[in-house]
Write a protein that binds this ligand. Structure first.
Ligand SMILES: Cc1cc2nc3c(=O)[nH]c(=O)nc-3n(C[C@H](O)[C@H](O)[C@H](O)COP(=O)(O)O)c2cc1C
Length: 371
């Protein structure tokens, strides 16, 4: 197939390549607490049945994708945040069998899965879903999780070097048989993998590298990068940066973002709901996460508290909050900044996604963000 034919194949078959200017995804629903580090009341629970209901609501709304957290251990705090976490490949396979159109990602930690096994599981889910599976590559920054596998945590940039080799072996397994790979991190003798995945040239691969090494990894190896932004200016700068880096390797890359979505009929209601989440924040868990990320020193200051608030409300993602009209303006700003889609956290996914469908999607269509 020529490059143009492949692009057209993806456009027609793979939701993340459809013509909507702002793709929509659901983020972090497979773990307890979801993406909200708070005790504020919600119907959300990280059970499979509840996840299935959320997936069906998202599919019914025409969303493009679901991205789980790759999580192995709790962050502690009063809520034992994220302690109950469904494994991502089996989660995606089960949801694939119960949905029809939406894409399902597996957020896979490089250090926990041999590339042959990751490629095999991915190809299998791609068949179960008839071409709707995607791989979200994560290197594993939460050292206590990685140490449960008996592995020593590699230095940050070397994690991306290993991830590069891991992804290249996986891509080759999806296209070739009977090759040997003897690399720095992985060995494969007389490789063989059948069935090959449904998606051509391979299932969609995404990554959320933010650092220099992370963005370089994305530019060289993946189809979409999740940028982390706190303003539209940062979004525009980062989107241009990752696209430019990919072009330097003769590649195209898409740009996605992640955020927390809170929409109510009035601005006052939206603000009140936001403050209720913050007021019930599990600060112990939020500070534990920040400590591992190196955001926090021993001295508590206003900036750190501001950061903690951003973690409690959507894991440090971009805040999309207000009335349906205000929220659509925010999506327009993101699209103009070069963001093609958002993986969104809701405090109560199963209740708020149907509301979003009824109140926000018609306005997004009017604004030309979605068909
Ligand atoms: C949208 C998004 C999803 C992520 N999902 C996970 C995850 O599920 N598990 C995980 O360990 N890290 C996850 N991360 C963290 C990233 O893999 C990465 O460590 C982080 O963005 C920092 O990038 P850097 O390694 O380039 O500094 C996610 C980050 C983002 C922005």
């Amino acid at each position: 197939m020529t490059q143009t034919a492949l692009s057209e194949w993806r456009r027609q078959h793979v939701p993340l390549y459809n013509r909507n200017r702002m793709k929509l995804g659901v983020f972090g629903m497979n773990v307890s607490g979801g993406g909200t580090i708070s005790r504020a009341p919600t119907s959300f629970e990280a059970s499979f049945e509840h996840n299935l209901a959320i997936a069906q609501h998202a599919e019914d709304a025409g969303f493009e994708f679901l991205v789980p957290f790759g999580r192995w251990k709790s962050f502690g705090g009063e809520t034992a945040y994220n302690g109950h976490c469904m494994e991502v490949y089996t989660w995606a396979a089960a949801l694939a069998a119960r949905t029809e159109r939406i894409m399902l990602f597996a957020t896979s930690h490089v250090g926990t899965v041999h590339p042959l096994f990751a490629a095999k599981q991915g190809a299998t889910i791609d068949h179960i879903s008839r071409g709707r599976w995607g791989l979200n590559v994560v290197c594993g920054w939460y050292t206590p999780e990685m140490e449960m596998f008996g592995a020593t945590q590699l230095p940050h940039d070397e994690r991306y070097a290993r991830a590069g080799e891991w992804v290249e072996v996986i891509k080759r397994l999806w296209q070739d048989n009977h090759f040997d790979h003897h690399g720095q991190y992985f060995d494969v003798k007389d490789a063989y993998l059948e069935p090959k995945p449904v998606q051509q040239p391979h299932p969609v691969i995404v990554n959320a590298g933010v650092s220099e090494a992370g963005r370089e990894f994305s530019a060289r190896h993946v189809d979409f990068n999740f940028i982390t932004m706190d303003s539209l200016d940062t979004a525009a700068t980062l989107a241009a940066d990752v696209r430019g880096r990919a072009r330097a390797y003769g590649r195209d890359i898409g740009v996605l973002g992640n955020g927390f979505c809170l929409v109510r009929d009035t601005e006052a209601e939206a603000r009140a709901a936001l403050e209720a989440i913050v007021a019930a924040g599990d600060w112990g868990a939020a500070h534990n996460i920040m400590r591992v990320l190196g955001i926090e020193s021993d001295s508590f200051n206003a900036q750190i508290e501001q950061f903690a608030r951003r973690f409690v409300v959507g894991w440090g993602g971009y805040l999309i909050c207000g009335t349906p009209e205000q929220v659509v303006d925010q999506f327009i700003g993101l699209a103009r900044a070069g963001v093609e889609g958002m993986a969104l956290i809701w405090q109560d996914y199963a209740v708020e996604i149907p509301y979003f469908k009824d109140r926000v999607l018609p306005l997004m269509r009017q604004a030309g963000l979605r068909v």
